[in-house]
Design a binder for this molecule. Structure first.
Ligand SMILES: C[S@@+](CC[C@H](N)C(=O)[O-])C[C@H]1O[C@@H](n2cnc3c(N)ncnc32)[C@H](O)[C@@H]1O
Length: 178
């Protein structure tokens, strides 16, 4: 029987965003000048921050920053760091690809409470094994792009990277204004 290897949301991961997913994000919110969670094997921008430099300490010094962070215990600190780097003016926009874990407290405090846009991705991403250069059999969780940029109109969108967004909903319409 073929063994299915899922990318765990808790794994100490080195998985790379598939290029078509990254290009979709670049078309919508890029171009990105910095990949703030990377290694030499999987960096998606010429300029990147790796674990040794530590993106939780090194300034995210670029206009538009791409981040597919580690999904274990570092995920929350990375979200906090995005908020921090925007507020300090080190960057203007941070686009992160994260699990759509909408029940998590950090998601409510650091995503719903802080981002301008969320784009929920239809279907599950098959992340790429950067060393082998091939996709694995798929994540066992949903993903979304979250965009930290106070100058953008607030929006929640859905869609996949193979098609135009299927819906565009304002935050107020989506969550109700109170
Ligand atoms: C999910 S992979 C992202 C791969 C690729 N850069 C992308 O955007 O798809 C997360 C990467 O972050 C790196 N990483 C882990 N802790 C880090 C830290 N504190 N600062 C910067 N990079 C870190 C890991 O080594 C890994 O390469």
């Amino acid at each position: 029987m073929k063994q299915t290897v899922f990318r765990s949301a808790d794994a100490d991961d080195v998985w790379q965003t598939p290029l078509d997913v990254f290009r979709y994000a670049e078309r919508r919110w890029g171009p990105f000048q910095l990949d703030a969670a990377a290694s030499a094997d999987n960096a998606l921008c010429e300029k990147f921050i790796d674990e040794k430099q530590d993106a939780l300490k090194t300034a995210w010094d670029a206009d538009q920053v791409w981040v597919n962070p580690p999904y274990g215990s570092q995920l929350k600190p990375f979200l906090q760091r995005a908020v921090d780097q925007i507020s300090k003016g080190n960057c203007k926009r941070v686009v992160m690809l994260i699990p759509a874990r909408t029940d998590a407290i950090y998601f409510h405090d650091l995503v719903f409470g802080k981002v301008s846009q969320i784009h929920f991705i239809k279907t599950r991403i098959k992340f790429t094994n950067a060393k082998k250069g091939c996709p694995d059999s798929g994540a066992n969780f949903a993903s979304c792009f979250v965009v930290y940029d106070d100058t953008l109109p607030k929006k929640v969108t859905t869609g996949s990277w193979t098609e135009d967004p299927s819906t565009h909903v304002s935050f107020d319409a989506f969550f109700g204004s109170s």
